[in-house]
Design a protein around this ligand. Sequence first.
Ligand SMILES: Cc1ncc(COP(=O)(O)O)c(C=O)c1O
Length: 396
Amino acid sequence: MVWLMSDPCTGAIYLDNAATSFPKPECVYSAVDTYMRQMGVAFGRGSHTGTSDAARLVAQCRQRLARILDAESGDRVAFTFNCTDGLNLLLRGVLRTGDRVVTTTLEHNSVLRPLQQLKSELQLDVVHVDFDADSGLVNAEVFARELRSQHTRLALLNHASNVTGVVQPVRVISAAAHETGTLLMLDTAQTVGHIPFSVRDLNIDLLASAGHKGLLGPLGTGIVYIRNGLEDELLPARCGGTGTDSESLVQPAVMPTRFESGNLNMPGLAGLNAAAEWILQQSVDGLHSRISQLSTRLSDSLRGIPGVTVFGGADVQNVGIVSFTLDGMDSQDVAAVLDQSFQIRCRAGLHCAPLVHRRLGTISAGGTVRLSPGPLTNQADVDTATEAVTQLAASL
Ligand SMILES: Cc1ncc(COP(=O)(O)O)c(C=O)c1O
């Protein structure tokens, strides 16, 4: 197999795959182009030949995603416009006045802010369980104790932190959630397509993810998974035309239509469908090993540079994110130098996860510098990044 340069157009090294994956496999670009030029139709509207081609594409995409998630069937997957959209859809669907939610301080603002909003709208009781600053792991025992101490509607956590990349102990929390009759919802923005897992094996009730990160689809795509039968318990946060049951004034009850009002992002889904096929061909396991090998190499080398602190334990499972600070330099400045002097594109700051930085003590450093390789990153790319940080640290 031929692995491309990180960014074949500019020669720059793109290490910001945790924000959105780039470049995408070639088949993703051509699928979007083909859809735009040769199909162009809306999904589920009308009955001409073009719309049945679109329907086939959407069904195929759902089935491929269901295989990646090990979901019961393709219709358990509904399309959204990004992970945030899906998280909002699920939270608004599932929560009722006075509900209790147990979550963590690892969460992204895409969870923290909707919860804060719903807390005031619905008088929710929201508990944030902390994580260990050294390992980056949430305290699963404390989380489980919270679930056992009081009836809780929803256990909600980040499958892997977008700051440290550390994969969280979901199995222990899932067991406690099901023992106590609590619904389990995961934010899998950083894990779907990156690490192999099964929604059925982990007993996950609800999941939201991005289509444009580890799933390698275009921006403007996202998914939710809703466990079989659970759709009845969820109010549709968005109602409108679905192209089905048009004589009824009531939102359809069936999956996935119940949660997909208005036109879908068809060019985006054409790209996501091609990306899902590519991922299945490579296998999530294979992609994970490749990225892990690169990120471990990067993280091990950075840990050896004087003045560099890498966050998240070296011996815990990681999706391939390396976050660090450099003594004596603001993280934003580090990223600016990496960009301007070394053509390394990465991200610095709080990564929309303010409570993580409070715990890590990295707010005064301007957050962390985050390097995130993707499936098309080369070993030479991560070695160039190590060399750049080495030179920068030596110059201070
Ligand atoms: C953990 C986590 N949750 C949610 C999101 C939001 O994803 P999106 O931009 O697709 O809405 C991100 C994006 O970085 C993330 O890392």
